[in-house]
Design a binder for this molecule. Structure first.
Ligand code: MN
Length: 339
């Protein structure tokens, strides 16, 4: 076991009160498949227990050598819920419950606040609270909301608030949006097998190619699953962006960017090891995005904490790389994680 402090940054949380309140709400029509499949198992007693029981979680953290868990509301947060006023009320109480958990165990837990992008002005005000009185470490946004991605102009207030506060956004996957879900409905592809990566990777490429990061150069995003495929695509994104722009920029709805696509990936994104205990993939991604842009994560309770920390400790890394991935990069990108 490594002596490094270990911080895990994609660790899901929900209280029984939150889950029961959420189950009473309506769901946006485009998200009905996702919610039909998620509401059942997520209200099962074992799942409520794993998401909400902090003492049981602390025991798993102790066994696996995890020093600090950065909590986040169980995906997809409040983003599918209707009406908007119910979603905003629910996210406020969820953030307060998370802040209370962090206050009870400040040396073991930190938290990424949630927002309801359905109401971008409310989301901006909630970011003020998350990074202000609630004292949380950053944000998690579960990809699209009502089929819109964060490059949509309606989200300017949300992005401006995150940038102003230096609130790093963990961009977590969810089922593909209503516009793209059809071919993912079969063969179990819709969620972690393939759909999550397709959804979150697409979302990140939209952020890069839309010019949002020229307007908000200090925004920082974190992608799970070793970058949702993007590190493999850096050379091709740059090459084909330049080719397509030259050939048919106007026809393709392309934006003139200040940087190459891969330069945004390096400047505005970091990646985590959540759910990707693959030594060769880690070595490749480290070479592509650099040792300052890789963070450790488990994805509790959906992945095995012991296997994840064992993977981290056994990985072929220099001492400096291991320290950065284990804790130092998280301490730099999220607020208030220093011990
Ligand atoms: Mn997750």
């Amino acid at each position: 076991m490594s002596n490094d402090r270990i911080i895990a940054v994609e660790e899901h949380f929900a209280t029984r009160r939150y889950l029961e309140a959420a189950a009473e709400l309506d769901v946006w029509s485009g998200d009905e498949l996702e919610m039909a499949q998620m509401r059942g198992p997520f209200l099962a007693p074992w799942m409520i227990e794993r998401l909400g029981n902090l003492e049981a979680r602390l025991a798993v953290m102790d066994e696996s050598g995890t020093d600090l868990a950065v909590l986040s509301l169980n995906p997809p947060g409040v983003q599918p819920y209707e009406p908007v006023a119910a979603a905003t009320a629910l996210v406020e109480s969820a953030n307060e419950e998370m802040a209370e958990a962090v206050r009870r165990h400040p040396d073991r837990f930190a938290g990424l606040g949630a927002v309801a992008p359905q109401d971008p002005d409310h989301a901006a005000r909630e970011i003020d609270r998350i990074m202000g009185p609630l004292g949380l470490a950053g944000l998690m946004i579960c990809s699209h909301t009502r089929g819109l991605y964060l490059d949509d102009p309606c989200y300017e207030p949300l992005l401006a608030a995150a940038e102003e506060h230096g609130a790093t956004i963990y961009l977590h996957p969810r089922y593909p949006s209503a516009q793209m879900i059809a071919p993912y409905r079969d063969y179990g592809m819709v969620a972690a097998v393939w759909g999550y990566q397709a959804d979150a990777g697409t979302h990140a490429v939209r952020l890069i190619l839309s010019g949002v990061l020229d307007r908000h150069p200090r925004l920082r995003f974190v992608l799970g699953h070793l970058g949702e495929g993007l590190p493999l695509w850096m050379q091709r994104l740059d090459n084909r962006y330049a080719f397509a722009y030259e050939a048919a920029a106007a026809d393709l709805g392309m934006v003139k960017l200040e940087l190459t696509p891969s330069e945004y990936l390096l400047r505005n994104f970091a990646v985590t090891t959540s759910g990707m205990d693959d030594p060769e993939a880690l070595a490749f991604v480290l070479g592509r995005v650099g040792e300052d842009n890789v963070l450790f994560a488990v994805d509790y309770p959906y992945e095995d904490s012991n296997a994840a920390t064992r993977f981290l400790c056994d990985a072929e890394l220099t001492d400096a790389q291991r320290a950065k991935i284990s804790h130092a990069n998280a301490e730099r990108l999220f607020r208030g994680l220093l011990s």
